[in-house]
Ligand binder design. Structure first.
Ligand code: R5P
Length: 303
């Protein structure tokens, strides 16, 4: 592969997240190249980067499929250092393992702290979006690098909804979603409310809606992450009883595992929208502008 020593910065993308990474590089005005990845039949990865790198490298990879992507990321960061990178910024629009922020049962791994510490051993700076910070409030306490920037997609979502729906009524399916729902609603003066959620297992949740005038309203369920989709599904089933004009879903991180989308459709959801933080057919909002601003404004300590 050619040397890229002539540019002061280089953004390296990965095959599973190539298009958003290329959009970001173009918006931020940074040269782009791919990490070349080969998956061996036994599941190991061979990774190759350009043979000489500039001092400042940006790795852009989102961290759904967390276990395999974390290993590839460590391979890339360590190799980048070997090839001359002195400062590595990770742009990971979806940051995995942020929900397990304490040992809920004696003996459980506190994955947030462990994965955050692992990342901090390989990267110098981090930019992510709507990271699931609940009991730990600051990203730098979860991933101790400087800067550790947790952007929010809320302004992008508010602007999107403004164009899509006349007078939407936003519903957050649990207390944790209030930070995002309130901020999206406040940006444009939308009505909103927040439900309560009890979780009994990976696939079992109960969402209790607050009393509100849902009838004939265009409801938008807003959350940071849709994983199994059970949270949104139970909320949608509850809302459908009030005969709203429509129910839509808007999330930052579209994990949507297994048949989550189909179940949401059956629960009465007509539109599913997400940002491109995680590649998915529902991606309708691009984050390149938001990320590029942060990347270019991000002060890098002198090397
Ligand atoms: C957790 O509280 C998050 O904000 C989401 O509500 C949660 O991850 C959604 O999970 P699922 O789609 O599996 O119900």
């Amino acid at each position: 592969m050619p040397s890229l020593l002539n540019d002061s910065r280089l953004l390296i993308g990965f095959p599973d997240y190539q298009k958003p990474a290329q959009r970001l590089a173009s918006k931020a005005g940074i040269p782009y190249t791919d990490a070349l990845i080969h998956h061996f039949p036994d599941g190991e990865t061979r990774l190759r980067l350009p043979e000489a790198l500039p001092e400042q490298v940006v790795l852009c990879q989102t961290l759904d499929h967390p276990n395999s992507r974390l290993v590839e990321l460590v391979l890339a960061a360590a190799t980048a250092r070997d090839l001359g990178a002195k400062h590595i910024t990770l742009v990971a629009p979806y940051l995995c393992y942020m929900r397990q922020d304490k040992a809920f049962q004696p003996g459980e791994a506190v994955s947030q702290r462990i994965v955050g510490t692992l990342l901090s051993q390989w990267i110098d700076a981090l930019i992510t979006v709507d990271s699931h910070l609940h009991r730990v409030h600051r990203l730098k306490d979860a991933v101790p690098v400087n800067p550790a920037i947790n952007l929010t997609a809320s302004p992008v979502m508010s602007a999107f909804l403004m164009k899509q729906i006349d007078n939407p009524f936003l519903v957050g399916p649990d207390e944790e979603s209030e930070q995002w729902v309130a901020s999206i609603a406040r940006n444009r003066g939308f009505d909103y409310c927040v439900a309560r959620k009890q979780r009994f297992g990976d696939q079992q949740v109960r969402v209790s809606l607050p009393e509100a005038a849902y009838r004939n309203r265009h409801i938008v369920l807003v959350d940071d992450i849709a994983s199994t989709g059970r949270t949104l599904e139970d909320a949608a089933l509850g809302l459908a009883r009030f005969e709203p004009a429509s129910i839509s879903v808007l999330v930052t991180h579209a994990l949507f595992v297994d048949d989550a989308q189909e179940r949401l459709r059956r629960a009465g959801v007509s539109q599913i929208w997400s940002t491109d933080a995680v590649p998915h057919p529902s991606n309708a909002l691009h984050l390149d502008h938001l990320l590029a601003e942060a990347l270019n404004g991000c002060k890098i300590s002198p090397i």
